[in-house]
Every structure is written in C-alpha cells, then in structure tokens.
Design a protein around this ligand. Structure first.
Ligand SMILES: *[C@@H]1O[C@H](CO)[C@@H](O)[C@H](O)[C@H]1NC(C)=O
Ligand SMILES: *[C@@H]1O[C@H](CO)[C@@H](O)[C@H](O)[C@H]1NC(C)=O
Ligand SMILES: *[C@@H]1O[C@H](CO)[C@@H](O)[C@H](O)[C@H]1NC(C)=O
Ligand SMILES: *[C@@H]1O[C@H](CO)[C@@H](O)[C@H](O)[C@H]1NC(C)=O
Length: 413
C-alpha cells in the first residue's frame, strides 16, 4: 500500500448555501463545491512515484475500457480506438490499485433523500454508489439501501464497472437523484455489492462516482445524470463548468460561473460525443510548437498529461535538463526543480498557458533538485490522442457543453 498524506483543499464554504429550493429549471445555474484529495505526494512533499505510475496506468485503462463500452453500445469501433493496440482481454483491468486523486461533490438519492459524496469524472459516464448489501469493503461509506427509499426500483440487471482502476459490481437500480437541488427521477445507477480495495473508504474518500461524459460510454446504456436533467428540462443551459483550484474548486451545473473566468470562451467541437474529446492545434514549449493538431480527451479523472512517446519526447526535448527517467516508471521524465519554462496548449486558435508550477509535480525525493514532469508517454495511447488532465485543467476554466457538443476554455479570472 502506498499511503501518504492527503491534501484536502477546502471548498468555498459560501457556495454550499447556493442550492435552490424550487424544482423549476435553473435559469442561472447552480454551483456546488468540490473537494480535492490526492495522495500523490508523500508527507515530505516529494512525489510518490508508485502512486503516480498507477494513476497514469489506470487513466489509460479507464479510457480503453470506455472504448469497449462504446463498441458494445454502438456496434462500431470508436474512431480513436482504431489506432489503439489490441487489448489482450476485455475483462477487468488487471490493476488492483487505487486511483489516488479525486474531485468530489455531494448528491442526494432516494425518498426520503439521503446524501452521498461522489467523485466527479468527465472520463466516464455512469453513477454508482455502495449498496447496503456490500460487505466490509464498503464500511465507512454511506450505503444506498433500496428498501429505505420509496422511489427505488430494482432493474434486475447486474453491472460490473471499472472505476479508474478498481472493479465495482452489483445491481442496477433507478431512483430519484438530485445534484445542486436539481432532481432527476428514474435515474439509472449501480448499487454495488462489491467494492474492490481501491474503493475502500481509507483509499477512496467519496462514497461513489459520478460519470459526466456522454451516454455512449454508459455501461448501463442509460442516460448519465446530467443528460437526465437536460431531458427533464431541469437545466436551462445544457452545460456544466469546472473550476479547479487549490483555494476552492467547484462544479457549476447548468452553465458556467461568470465570476471565475475572464474574457470569452474559446469553443471547440467535440469530435465524437462519447468522451469529452476534441482536437488541439498545438502544444508548445517556450513558444515553439512541439506537437501539432492532435486529438485530446479532457478528463477530470486524470492527473497528468498523457501523450504519444514521440510527442512527449519532443516536448521534453525543449526543456533544458529534462530526461526520461525509468526509475519513475516507463514514459516518465524528470525535470530540474528550477524549471520555469512556459508551456501552452492552443485550442481553436487561442493559446492557454500551463503554469510551470502546475506542470512540475514535485521533487523525486525529499530535498532533491530533480522534479517530476507533468507529461507522461504511454504507448497504449499510441499516436491516436492525448489525455489532458489536471495539469492543464488547473490553468483554465472549462465549459462542458452537452447541448452543443462543444468544449469551451477560458482564462481564469
Ligand atoms: C424485477 O423483478 C421483480 C421480481 O421479479 C419484479 O417485481 C420487478 O417488476 C422487476 N423490475 C423490473 C424493472 O423489471
Ligand atoms: C468577447 O466577445 C464579444 C462579442 O463577440 C466582443 O465584443 C468582446 O470584445 C470579446 N471580449 C474579449 C475580451 O475578447
Ligand atoms: C463545429 O460544429 C458545427 C456544428 O456541427 C459546425 O457548423 C462547425 O463548422 C464546426 N466547427 C469546426 C471548427 O469544425
Ligand atoms: C507545427 O506547425 C508549425 C507551423 O506550421 C511548424 O513550424 C512546426 O514545425 C510544426 N511542428 C511539428 C512538430 O510538426
């Protein structure tokens, strides 16, 4: 086990009160605070390389799993999956570790409503909670009890899901689910009978997980929660906004929070409405484009930037003192801790800067002058696409526009 100090960033407390009492469509949208917990660093502040490695592999595994679900739901191979190497099995990913970084918020489920915390993940599409028949692996979590909810309906279908790296299985139910005071009735979700180690309360701070991508990735082949709210006319604006910051992060349901960004959004189309997938124009280091036009999945459930070996190599070639460091894991690079090279990603003609402090993940060991770089190569991903996680998302305000199938990026206020 690779436990380390948890860094919990307090959410903006005043936002917690911004919950409307009415059931009418939310004209202005509603913010809910989200908390962050990560075990990426050891108590001394250095990077826990084992955790980082597992997190990276689990992100890749999750995305590959989504391609399988997409193929089953549509009968077609996902356009980006074509370029992927054939996976050996369609079964559970062999990883048994925990995903160590979470963004989580609160939802309520059932009648009477009971509150649960959920990890908010734009890289998957299903909601699951630990169920009352789950054994000791669910202890410490708030459990969903179908018999305690008058609106609960057993769908008589089992499910097996792979949250970033760990497996969850149980029974599908539908019930009333509310987020930020907006209610979906008859929402399909999974009530887990089994949580693997990675979802135990000591390792997974939220009770369950809320997928925020499109329905084609739903293992239940059902509307994800946000799509249910749209279908029920509960949100006037079929989009949600993410703001990630150490000082207080939030998920904004039904639009964006105008206080948290400046200027206009740069909007790009979602290329295949399954993942939050788009194309970036270029990735630059020190103003020089090291990678041009590449598909990218925007994933709140991924910590780093994951790209092709060639692209990541080209990126680090422009960073003085950077080198591939296999002691950290395959695909990882180290950089000098004094690194202050500006990096940027250009979407729709607008360049968004990645602050060196968010790219630098921290020292490889306590007191070292060598640090871990926030971009990692993975050959499973091949040259097909990149996965852009928190290293980018902490630097921009992101609008996930379900209705128009677009992603908007804006500069932080
Ligand atoms: C599930 O099975 C139970 C018992 O056979 C039945 O009463 C219920 O209607 C079924 N639910 C659905 C959604 O089919
Ligand atoms: C935002 O867009 C509006 C309308 O197109 C334009 O008038 C305004 O100048 C833009 N603002 C910035 C900061 O680019
Ligand atoms: C984005 O999608 C819209 C609607 O399908 C289309 O009209 C537009 O040309 C697309 N923009 C780009 C840059 O591809
Ligand atoms: C990316 O495109 C720019 C502008 O066309 C070009 O100067 C640069 O060499 C290209 N970079 C790569 C890695 O292809």
């Amino acid at each position: 086990m690779y436990f380390s100090a948890a860094f919990i960033f307090a959410a903006l407390p005043f936002l917690a009160t911004a919950v409307p009492m009415a059931e009418a469509p939310s004209r202005s949208g509603v913010a809910i605070p989200i908390a962050k917990r990560t075990t990426l660093h050891l108590a001394d502040g250095s990077v826990n390389a084992e955790v980082l490695k597992r997190k990276m592999r689990s992100s890749v595994a999750k995305i590959n799993r989504g391609f399988e679900i997409y193929a089953r739901n549509t009968g077609k191979v996902h356009p980006s999956a074509r370029n992927l190497k054939k996976r050996a099995t369609l079964g559970p990913d062999p990883l048994t570790d925990v995903d160590d970084q979470f963004w989580y918020g609160t939802i309520s489920v059932g009648t009477p409503a009971k509150q649960y915390t959920v990890d908010i993940d734009t890289g998957s599409s299903d909601l699951f909670l630990p169920g009352s028949t789950c054994g000791s692996t669910c202890s410490g979590h708030t459990l969903y009890s179908p018999s305690a909810s008058s609106t609960s309906k057993d769908l008589n279908k089992t499910f097996t899901l792979y949250g970033d790296s760990s497996s969850v299985s149980g029974e599908q139910y539908s019930d009333t689910v509310s987020i930020a005071g907006l209610t979906a009735t008859g929402q399909t979700f999974g009530s887990a009978k089994t949580y693997s180690t990675g979802f135990e309360s000591s390792e997974f701070p939220a009770d369950g997980l809320l997928g925020m991508a499109f329905e084609l990735l739903s293992d239940y082949n059902a509307n994800p929660l946000f799509q249910s709210l749209i279908a029920a006319g509960k949100v006037a604006d079929a989009s949600f906004g993410f703001y990630f910051a150490a000082s207080g992060s939030e998920l904004f349901i039904g639009g964006v929070n105008d206080e948290l960004y400046s200027g206009n959004f740069t909007t790009v189309n979602v290329t295949t409405a399954a993942y939050w997938q788009t194309t970036f124009d270029s990735f630059s280091v020190n103003g020089q484009a090291v990678v041009n036009r590449t598909a990218a999945i925007i994933d709140t459930g991924t910590t780093v930037l994951i790209g092709s070996s060639a692209g990541i190599k080209a990126l680090y070639a422009q960073i003085s003192g950077a080198k591939a460091d296999s002691s950290l894991g395959s695909g990882f690079y180290s950089i000098p801790c004094s690194f202050d090279t500006p990096l940027s990603v250009t979407f729709g003609g607008t360049e968004f800067t990645i602050d060196p402090s968010t790219f630098n993940l921290g020292p490889v060991s306590d007191g070292s002058s060598t640090c871990v770089g926030g971009a990692v190569a993975d050959d499973d991903i091949s040259s097909a696409f990149w996965i852009l996680g928190d290293v980018l998302l902490q630097n921009v305000y992101t609008k996930f526009d379900v209705g128009n199938q677009q992603i908007g990026f804006a500069t932080l206020a």
